[in-house]
Design a protein around this ligand. Structure first.
Ligand code: MG
Length: 253
């Protein structure tokens, strides 16, 4: 199933997607299976972030070529950090460039959306049962602030630093085969990666996280970015494309 969240009569609403249309709506994800039938063109609705996470648990340096371009060694264990839910930004929304930064970077990433409470996932357990689907994330970063602070809360946790969407789908399976992640700045490809190149594959990430932290339905896990990160300026258009999911487009304010 593919789904989005959108505004219906001013109310945040979940919508099931078929083709290019929203065909059913409900007040919760769980309600979508028996949602109210409707028919609206997907490009005619006001999209919201498609997830309502209790936390956004990000993975840093999960591609060798990106670790290298930042001058870092390949990590021996996954590198985790949090963004607050207040960082979420809808598809099409304007990314804020805070006055304190001289260097605002894009980081296109595959996002895992959790479907079932997960704690202590076992070594032989199939992680698919905990995954609702996949989406697209831009892990927007004030690179100068990230480096100056030493930890990443301000540099990666500011308002609008987590554009996500436009939809969540379980119709792609990066556990089965590699999928392509690309970022375009003003229409020009700047990042091109394959999830098959992850240093830590998805099952390993979920086991590592749930060894210490309970994941809840709707939680979002951006899985790291490939090489090619770079700066954005006010007025730029940034787009993250993921094979089988779609395209997340935002502009810089
Ligand atoms: Mg990142």
């Amino acid at each position: 199933m593919k789904y989005c969240r959108f505004l219906a009569d001013g109310q945040p609403t979940y919508g099931r997607i078929e083709g290019n249309s929203v065909v059913a709506r409900a007040s919760s994800f769980e309600g979508l299976a028996n949602g109210v039938p409707m028919s609206l063109a997907l490009d005619g609705v006001e999209l919201l972030a498609p997830v309502e996470p209790s936390k956004i648990l990000c993975v840093g340096r999960n591609y060798r070529d990106h670790a290298a371009e930042m001058g870092n060694d390949v990590p021996k264990e996954p590198l985790l950090f949090l963004k607050p839910p207040s960082a979420l930004l809808a598809p099409g929304g304007t990314i804020w460039k805070p006055a304190i930064t001289q260097r605002l970077d894009f980081e296109g990433e595959l996002g895992i959306v959790i479907g079932k409470r997960a704690s202590g996932i076992g070594p032989d357990e199939d992680v698919r049962g905990y995954i609702r689907g996949y989406t697209i994330v831009n892990d927007v970063t004030m690179r100068d602030i990230q480096k100056a602070d030493g930890q990443w809360t301000r540099g990666k946790g500011f308002d609008t630093s987590c554009p996500v969407g436009p939809l969540v789908t379980d119709e792609v399976d990066p556990l089965q085969g590699s999928i392509t992640v690309e970022t375009l700045l003003n229409g020009e490809v700047r990042q091109h990666g394959e999830t098959g190149d992850f240093i830590f594959p998805i099952p390993e990430l979920l086991r590592y996280i749930t060894a210490v932290m309970t994941l809840e339905p709707g939680d979002l896990i951006p899985t790291g970015t490939p090489a090619g990160v770079g700066p954005m300026q006010s007025g730029d258009a940034v787009e993250v494309r993921i094979q089988g999911i779609g395209s997340l487009k935002n502009v810089i304010g």
